[in-house]
Design a protein around this ligand. Structure first.
Ligand SMILES: NC(=O)c1ccc[n+]([C@@H]2O[C@H](COP(=O)([O-])OP(=O)(O)OC[C@H]3O[C@@H](n4cnc5c(N)ncnc54)[C@H](O)[C@@H]3O)[C@@H](O)[C@H]2O)c1
Length: 243
């Protein structure tokens, strides 16, 4: 299997979970993993680099002869109100979060079509399902990932390939800390998760493992919130009054 964004956070947790389950894992990332991975091949690759992504898949096929699972966890935080949004930053966000996801899927699909099997698991966000203040470029890119994934399910179900999208709530990763730690309203965000806590990257990895496994053999085209209830509705603090 191939995990993009493998060096940190959710991608790193996916690598750890799949290795623990006995999978052969190839991780790629633009940054080297800080800790390194025992028993995992790592390839340095920027998801925006089409030639590089093609080479990663060619190497996987040369070394292992099959590619069963793709998890696209590479991504960057972005956003800001549109009137002051820098065009280059908008483009960077779309290029990494949306186009990068598309390229990862594009090159994985060759072997998967030949095999007539495969599971593609994209990582969008709750911000791909609903808007939020200042979300702009990030919401747009993640909304794109949600629909791109549905389209993959539409186009390749006929050859036995499944495609599903995970939409995490706020998960405690380096990206989370770089963004949420600066927010005076971080506790308001926490309370919007109906379990009243932020998530762990291992909880997203667990969902990815389900979507890769035969336990989800009839599941394709879904957008699965792993969000502690963030998208279940609005929290006003009423529940605290009766519990
Ligand atoms: N942490 C959250 O709260 C949260 C919530 C919803 C969705 N997500 C999404 O989950 C994914 C993983 O996020 P995370 O929180 O683990 O972040 P993270 O910053 O800890 O990890 C992201 C990884 O992606 C890599 N990356 C960035 N740009 C890249 C590029 N151009 N090419 C290849 N690799 C690149 C980084 O080097 C890093 O290792 C992202 O797509 C993010 O948008 C995160």
């Amino acid at each position: 299997m191939h995990v993009t964004g493998a060096s940190s956070g959710i991608g790193e947790a996916c690598v750890a979970r799949f290795v623990a389950e006995g999978a052969t894992v190839i991780g790629s990332d633009v940054a080297e993993p800080e800790a390194g991975f025992a028993g995992v091949s790592f390839v340095q690759c920027d998801v925006r680099d089409a030639g590089g992504q093609q080479q990663v898949v060619e190497q996987i096929m040369a070394d292992h002869g099959q590619l069963d699972v793709l998890v696209t966890a590479a991504g960057v935080a972005s956003g800001g109100p549109v009137h002051s949004l820098d065009l280059e930053e908008w483009q960077r966000c779309q290029d990494i979060n949306l186009t990068g996801t598309m390229l990862s899927a594009k090159y994985a699909l060759g072997p998967m079509i030949a095999q007539k099997s495969g599971s593609i698991i994209t990582i969008a966000s709750v911000e791909g399902l609903e808007g939020c203040e200042g979300g702009s470029s990030y919401n747009a890119a993640k909304g794109g990932v949600v629909l791109l994934t549905k389209n993959l399910a539409n186009d390749y179900g006929v050859v036995g390939i499944r495609a599903n999208c995970i939409c995490p709530g706020f998960i405690k990763t380096p990206m989370f800390h770089s963004v949420v730690d600066q927010m005076p309203w971080a506790d308001e965000i926490r309370k919007q998760h109906k379990l009243r806590r932020f998530g762990e990257s291992s909880e997203v990895a667990g969902a990815a493992f389900f979507l890769a496994s035969d336990d989800s053999s009839f599941v394709t085209g879904i957008s699965l919130p792993v969000d502690g209830g963030y998208t279940a509705g609005h929290a006003y603090g009423l529940a605290e009054m009766w519990t």
